[in-house]
Design a protein around this ligand. Structure first.
Ligand SMILES: [Zn+2]
Length: 385
């Protein structure tokens, strides 16, 4: 453990106790002491503080091992609230959650293509006001977490650039902190999705955890040892712009042959039109899936080809960072029954070692669309815990 001042040690212990309760509740003071190695008197002092701060409550009696039944501790679900926002390129969604990620209220509003910076901020504030007004005790709000599409500067909370909406240099954190007087944290939507899946999804203990979002664009979030990875200039995980064909199609970023140009919903539609002569002009990714489900083999092939390409992208990712778990999400994964067998097969065929071939867990997120917005809420929770 790191050496520090008494005050720091105390807060490190506090965080350890709070996380122990979060992960193992209901749990007794004695169990916390036993499992964390913190002395029983210190655990008692910390628990008292946590109860005073409305973070923890005493509850149902636990199993007695002879003698008096111990009092069990739980997170106080309704003691604090968080506002989570998923600002996509076509709609803004908002939720309020309790301390364990239960969604209490939800709202959403569509946003127009090529929206101006001022209008975007206005719509964002409107969504947050609606959620804010639904929370009875305003003092219980820990803050606002925003998952924003495109590239985000984390420290300043500025949305730097989005190829989908065309927005540039939007000072989200500054504007919202001024409006609501609350702590605001802004994160790229793919990283927020990783955080949401990591906090609230069903997964094993993971040293290197990755989520990949494949929809209108492609992004990923990497969590190593419990923390999001950013890289030197905040673009770690931008696998949508990993080059897969030197002479490929022009990507929204201006480069050629990026991973995105092969596997987004639009890319799949384009491939279907190239491969299937009878494909209608107004074909959509949903229609391709529907036709594949009807057993139309040419549409099944389009999805299987897509699965192979997604698999190749994931093989590159495995070779770069070697994660133990990868969760996939986004609209394209609605066709998982056709994609996943081919994705897994491609990884099995190409990953460098037998351990990586057989040991890398690849699943579709069960949280689905909610992973991103829960991750936005978790930005604040990660500060607390
Ligand atoms: Zn690109």
């Amino acid at each position: 453990m790191e050496r520090g001042t008494f005050q720091l040690m105390k807060s490190v212990n506090k965080s350890v106790v709070l996380n122990k309760i979060r992960l193992a509740e209901p749990i007794s003071r004695a169990q916390i002491a036993k499992e964390t190695g913190i002395t029983p008197p210190t655990v008692s002092t910390i628990v008292k503080e946590l109860i005073n701060e409305n973070l923890v409550e005493e509850s149902i009696l636990g199993e007695s091992k002879g003698g008096r039944k111990p009092t069990m501790l739980l997170l106080k679900r309704n003691g604090h609230h968080v506002i989570g926002i998923d600002a996509g390129s076509n709609k803004i969604k908002g939720i309020s959650t309790d301390l364990v990620g239960n969604i209490l209220t939800a709202t959403e509003t569509p946003i127009q293509p090529h929206i101006s910076k001022a209008d975007f901020l206005m719509e964002l504030k409107k969504v947050i006001w609606r959620i804010y007004q639904g929370i009875e005790v305003k003092e219980s709000i820990l803050g606002i977490g925003v998952a924003m599409h495109g590239v985000v500067d984390i420290a300043s909370g500025v949305s730097l650039y989005s190829s989908n909406s065309g927005l540039r240099d939007v000072p989200i954190k500054e504007e919202l902190e001024k409006e609501f007087g609350l702590l605001v944290m802004v994160e790229n939507n793919s990283r927020a999705m990783a955080l949401g899946e990591y906090w609230f999804g069903e997964h094993d203990v993971s040293e290197c955890f990755v989520t990949i979002n494949i929809g209108r664009g492609v992004g990923s979030g990497i969590i190593e040892n419990g923390r999001l990875t950013y890289g030197a200039q905040d673009i770690a995980g931008e696998i949508g712009h990993m080059v897969m064909d030197l002479n490929g199609k022009i990507c929204s970023c201006g480069n050629k042959g990026c991973f995105e140009t092969f596997v987004t919903g639009d890319a799949i539609v384009q491939r279907a039109k190239e491969q299937i002569k009878a494909a209608p002009d107004d074909l959509t990714a949903e229609a391709i899936y529907a036709r594949a489900k009807e057993g139309k083999t040419d549409y099944v092939k389009v999805l299987e080809d897509t699965g192979r390409l997604i698999g190749l992208g994931i093989v590159n990712l495995i070779h770069m960072i070697n994660p133990d778990e990868i969760f996939l999400g986004g609209g394209v994964l609605n066709s998982e029954e056709f994609l996943m067998p081919v994705i897994r097969h491609t990884i099995h065929e190409r990953a460098l070692t037998e351990k990586a071939r057989n040991g890398t867990v690849i699943e579709v997120s069960k949280l689905g669309d909610e992973a991103t917005i829960l991750g936005a809420a978790a930005l604040l929770l990660a500060e607390l815990f």
